[in-house]
Structure formats: structure tokens, C-alpha cells
Design a binder for this molecule. Structure first.
Ligand SMILES: Nc1ncnc2c1ncn2[C@@H]1O[C@H](COP(=O)(O)OP(=O)(O)O)[C@@H](O)[C@H]1O
Ligand SMILES: [Mg+2]
Length: 325
């Protein structure tokens, strides 16, 4: 069953110079128990999409349209009172700088207990403490962390505390936005393993926002590739990463050679994101795409099925290019 169903989501930032089309008609489904990696280079609209679902965008400057149904309820039009119950309880988030939300002058444990009490007013001191210790244990942190101050933690410990905090009210879905990006490779690897273990143990569903496609390769069941606010390719991570159908997906993979294990220089994708205040008639990736033809510059390619559950929006899908060439 789908836990989250996003349909035709658009987000425009209303600026004096015009609207920035940050997310452009994106539809995605998150099945219960799956982990979807939302990947794309910086500025692709990943965080905007996550924030729109969490209803954290300022209503005055960000216009959100479309639909995001979570456990059968529409998030985008949900009354504030209901939203307060859903957010952080059923739908939680971990950001790269989540720890900044904690006060530097209070101990980690008491601040976490406060967050728990907010949603469980009936819980007494001992119950709150017990719940905090439980989630600290779940993310592999020692009991002594309860008594520490934020500045006493390493980067890896901080992100573990942030994850523990996101879990404290038993959410069903957790959105991670570049939550492991700032960590060294080894710590990141450990935390990704722990996240996957937690997911199994707690029956969590995860949206993993990252610019690093190797994070998706090591920790996600599904992948959605976003570029300039549009969905380029979506499908099971193993299939998509084995033989990407969209040239942009292939380009992202070439930018992270550790994925294929080949010893070749970092290729990246030459060029820049288009100006998002303009309406682009064709494929948004055409100006940077080595396969682009006239059709790509004039007609926006629709998402087309490659295999069940796997779609790509490209006039010259790579498997066809490869089969004929
Ligand atoms: N508050 C904002 N106001 C105006 N434009 C924004 C704002 N936040 C992000 N943008 C623009 O929206 C686009 C998508 O940004 P973002 O969602 O942060 O991308 P990503 O998370 O993939 O790096 C970018 O062009 C960015 O400059
Ligand atoms: Mg971002």
C-alpha cells in the first residue's frame, strides 16, 4: 500500500524578478516500508519538495499546488491543528543541521525529553527519560550522551542524536535531507547501515534526499532523479543504477565513480542548471545533454514506462541508444 502519494506537485517561489519554478509537476509514490532516494545536483528542487510535503515553506512566498496524500490524508490542505499532530509524530524529518535546533546551554537528554513531552503530555519524568534512552540506544549511542551538551558531540554523534530525535514519537515516514552529507565516508557508511537496520526493526518508510547517488546505491530500494524541478527518471534503485535510461542519471553516476568502481577521472556533467524563472518548452536537460536533438529542445518528453515501476522522461532513452549503437 502507498504510504505517500505525491501527484502533480508544483512549487513556485514568488520573487520580485518573477516566479522560480522549483518543483514542476512531480508525481511520486512511496510504498510502505520502502526507501526512496531523491537525487539530483544542488538546486534541482529536492529540499523544496521535502519542505512542501512537510508544510514548512512560507505560505506568502512559496506557492504549492498539487497533492500529497499521506496515510489517506491530504497534507497540503490539512488544517494546522491536524498538521501539528501529524508532523513530527507520523511524519518526521532529519536535516543536515538538525542539531542547530537544540539549545547549546541545555543537556541533550532533557531537550529530547521536552520534545517527547510535547506530544505525550501524560508522560511523567521517568517515562520521558526512558523513551529518550530507548531511542539513543536505537541509534547506537551510549547512555552517557543523555547528560552531554550539544558541543560535546562529534559530527557523527550529532547526526545520531538528530535521527534519535526524529524517531522519538514513533513516526511512519522519515524524510532525510542531506542528513549524512557533512560526515566523513566511514561515519556516513555506519549511519546508513544503522538507518537501514532501524527501518527493518521499526517498519519505517524513508525519503532520502541527497545529491550523492552513491548514498542511494548503498541505502535505498527506489530512486527518483530530479533535475531543474522535473522528474527525469524513477524506479527500483538496483535496475536504474545498473542501466540508467536517462542521460542525466548516467551523468550523475559518472560524477560518482566510486559507484562503478572504475578508476577513471571524475566526469561530472558540463554546464549549469537552466534559469528556473523561465518556462522551458522542451527537455530541461537538453542544453547539457550529449544526445539532445531538435525534438528535445521543442517538446517536453513525457515520463514513459521502461518496465513496471520504472519510468524515464527522455526522447532518446539510453537503452535504446545503446541497443542501436
Ligand atoms: N526561499 C527561496 N526563495 C527563492 N528561491 C529559492 C528558495 N529556496 C530555494 N530556491 C530556489 O529553488 C531551486 C531549488 O532549490 P532547492 O530545493 O534548495 O534545491 P536542492 O535541495 O535540490 O539543492 C533553486 O533554484 C533555488 O535557488
Ligand atoms: Mg537541498
Amino acid at each position: 500500500m502507498a504510504l505517500l502519494e505525491i501527484r502533480d506537485l508544483c512549487v513556485d517561489y514568488l520573487m520580485q524578478e518573477g516566479s522560480v519554478h522549483a518543483v514542476d509537476h512531480v508525481s511520486l509514490t512511496l510504498e510502505e516500508g520502502s526507501s526512496l532516494g531523491l537525487v539530483g545536483e544542488s538546486g534541482s528542487g529536492k529540499s523544496t519538495l521535502g519542505m512542501a510535503i512537510l508544510r514548512l515553506l512560507p505560505e506568502k512566498t512559496a506557492r504549492v499546488t498539487g497533492s500529497a496524500v499521506f496515510q489517506g490524508e491530504e497534507l497540503l490542505t490539512m488544517p494546522e491543528s491536524r498538521l501539528r499532530q501529524v508532523r513530527w509524530q507520523e511524519l518526521a524529518a532529519v536535516f543536515q543541521k538538525s542539531m542547530n535546533a537544540l539549545s547549546p546551554v541545555h543537556r541533550i537528554g532533557s531537550q529530547m525529553a521536552d520534545v517527547y513531552r510535547l506530544h505525550h503530555p501524560e508522560a511523567d519524568k521517568a517515562a520521558c527519560r526512558a523513551r529518550v534512552l530507548e531511542v539513543l540506544r536505537q541509534v547506537d549511542l551510549a547512555e552517557r550522551v543523555y547528560k552531554l551538551y550539544p558541543h560535546e558531540l562529534s559530527g557523527g554523534m550529532m547526526q545520531r542524536v538528530s535521527i534519535a530525535l526524529s524517531l522519538i514519537n514513533h513516526p511512519r515516514l522519515v524524510i532525510f535531507d542531506e542528513a549524512t552529507t557533512a560526515l566523513d565516508v566511514i561515519t556516513q557508511g555506519q549511519i546508513l547501515k544503522e538507518i537501514q537496520r532501524l527501518e527493518k526493526d521499526l517498519g519505517l518508510t524513508r525519503m532520502m534526499i541527497t545529491h550523492d547517488i552513491s548514498v542511494v546505491a548503498t541505502s535505498c530500494t527506489h530512486v527518483a532523479v530530479l533535475y531543474a524541478g522535473r522528474l527525469m527518471e524513477v524506479g527500483p534503485a538496483a535496475s536504474v543504477l545498473r542501466s540508467p535510461a536517462h542521460p542525466y542519471t548516467a551523468g550523475l553516476m559518472a560524477a560518482f565513480p566510486s559507484l562503478t568502481g572504475e578508476k577513471k577521472p571524475l566526469q561530472g556533467i558540463p554546464g549549469f542548471l537552466p534559469d528556473l524563472t523561465q518556462t522551458i518548452p522542451g527537455c530541461v536537460f537538453a542544453p547539457r545533454c550529449p544526445y539532445a536533438t531538435e525534438a528535445c529542445r521543442t517538446a517536453q518528453p513525457p515520463l514513459e514506462s521502461i518496465e513496471p515501476g520504472w519510468q524515464a522522461a527522455c526522447h532518446h532513452r539510453l537503452r535504446e541508444v545503446n541497443n542501436h549503437g
